[in-house]
Design a protein around this ligand. Structure first.
Ligand code: AMP
Ligand code: MG
Length: 411
């Protein structure tokens, strides 16, 4: 068998290329307090208004000295002190030293700081047990971390807990970020019941929205939950209209597979240009993408694992581009040895759910069990995807496969 046994399936790369080709990043920016800006995307290059550190300062608790003084004597009387926030002021007499603490300003003329562990206190002053001192020893120079005018962080970066302290060190209290993309989403299906109500014959709980909402938010977007919409043309149409008036992107789950919900197709034809695709991805074959009058549309398959994976693999890059998050990249692939066989037929790229371990520096992976597109426990138990190439067939234990670790959005 080869991929040509499934000639009508669109490869994931082609789908992604098609989806991303029309997307233009959001331009509108807002100014936020630094502490509220986490998860937002920087709207412009962030230039440092100051040097960090702003002055030469000590990296150690110890003594500020002049090397020439120390070459004359190993013992120097104390002339004063420089503490963090309380610099030494006044004249510094020759042949003396100054007590200095970590972060304190280096007194003018100082060549080096000697850590207190290399000294002892005597009646005639501080004795330095190691006289071989290098220039600028233990001195953190002005601008050592960031220089005034440097691009501290480039436009398109999404702000993390690692960025905020760096920006705060520049004294920047407010920051210009892009507004987040708004994503309206709803589940479709007469069989779906909200949580908190007992199931009647033939019904299931609507579980998809419980994965879609947190993912959208973790992708850096605002999520607008429009609930469960029954398979009813009028209600569906009204919901699509409402969704596209409120959001940049409309995400639905269910109702896009072959043969079902022809009226969904009719509605979408009426209010936009939508392609109903069959993708070479498993799970997640039925997928719809296109443009409504005022929003992009992504129609996820109804099966819970399919909905979740297509949102992660296909919609996430679209939202990153729309949100101006230019640094976004998918997680890298890592080769791992399989601990068990994996069922696979050529024709589609599989995103099976696995658990990787590292033993003696080698990656191994095993399956989470039942890989049905409706069996969400396979996702819940997993810590990686086992990405099996489109043309690959069954995988035996001991073969090498590519695993993709989960990004932080799956935690
Ligand atoms: P559909 O794409 O509408 O044909 O749905 C495919 C399968 O996914 C069916 O078994 C549906 O019952 C199920 N399904 C659809 N939407 C949801 C949902 N929101 N939560 C859980 N299962 C769903
Ligand atoms: Mg349905």
């Amino acid at each position: 068998m080869s991929c040509c046994d499934a000639p009508n399936l669109m490869p994931i790369e082609d789908a992604l290329q098609h989806m991303l080709s029309g997307i233009k990043p959001i331009q509108q920016s807002v100014e936020l307090k630094l502490q509220d800006a986490i998860g937002f995307v920087l709207a412009e290059d962030l230039l440092s208004p100051i040097n960090v550190p702003p002055f030469d300062n000590s990296a150690m608790d110890g003594y500020a000295i002049r090397i020439a003084d120390l070459e004359k004597s190993d013992t120097l009387p104390l002339a004063g002190k420089s503490f963090a926030g309380q610099p030494f002021e006044g004249n510094w007499p020759a042949d003396t030293c100054i007590r200095i603490m970590t972060g304190a300003k280096i007194p003018a003329g100082c060549d080096a700081v000697i850590m207190q562990e290399q000294t002892e206190t005597t009646d005639s002053g501080i004795r330095f047990t190691n006289q071989k001192v290098k220039h600028n020893n233990n001195i953190r120079p002005v601008g050592d971390d960031i220089q005034k005018g440097d691009v501290a962080l480039a436009k398109g970066a999404r702000l993390t807990s690692r960025d905020l302290p760096m920006i705060a060190s520049l004294g920047i209290s407010h920051i210009k970020v892009l507004r987040k993309p708004k994503v309206a989403f709803f589940s479709t299906g007469d069989e779906l019941k909200p949580l908190g109500q007992p199931l009647e014959e033939g019904q299931i709980y609507d579980s998809n929205r419980y994965g879609i909402k947190p993912l959208i938010e973790k992708f850096g977007c605002e999520a607008i939950d429009l609930g469960i919409i029954p398979d009813n043309p009028e209600t569906l149409k009204a919901t699509f209209e409402r969704a596209q008036s409120e959001a940049d992107v409309v995400v639905t789950s269910g109702g896009v597979s072959v043969g079902e919900a022809d009226y969904t197709k009719d509605i979408l034809d009426e209010i936009g240009q939508i392609g109903f695709w069959k993708l070479a991805i498993k799970p997640g074959k039925p997928f719809a993408f296109g443009q409504l009058d005022n929003a992009w549309f992504c129609g996820l398959p109804g099966n819970p694992v399919s909905a979740f994976i297509t949102l992660y693999v296909l919609v996430q890059p679209l939202l990153a581009k729309l949100g101006g998050h230019t640094e976004w990249k998918p997680q890298p692939f890592i080769p791992a040895i399989t601990k068990n066989g994996f069922k696979k037929s050529p024709g589609r790229t599989d995103y099976q759910r696995g658990i990787y371990t590292i033993e003696d520096g080698q990656f191994y992976v095993e399956t989470t069990g039942n890989q049905s597109s409706g069996a969400f426990r396979s996702m819940s138990l997993a810590n990686c995807f086992v990405v099996l190439e489109q043309n690959r067939g069954r995988v035996e234990a001991g073969e090498t496969v590519q695993v993709q670790m989960f990004s932080s959005s799956l935690y």
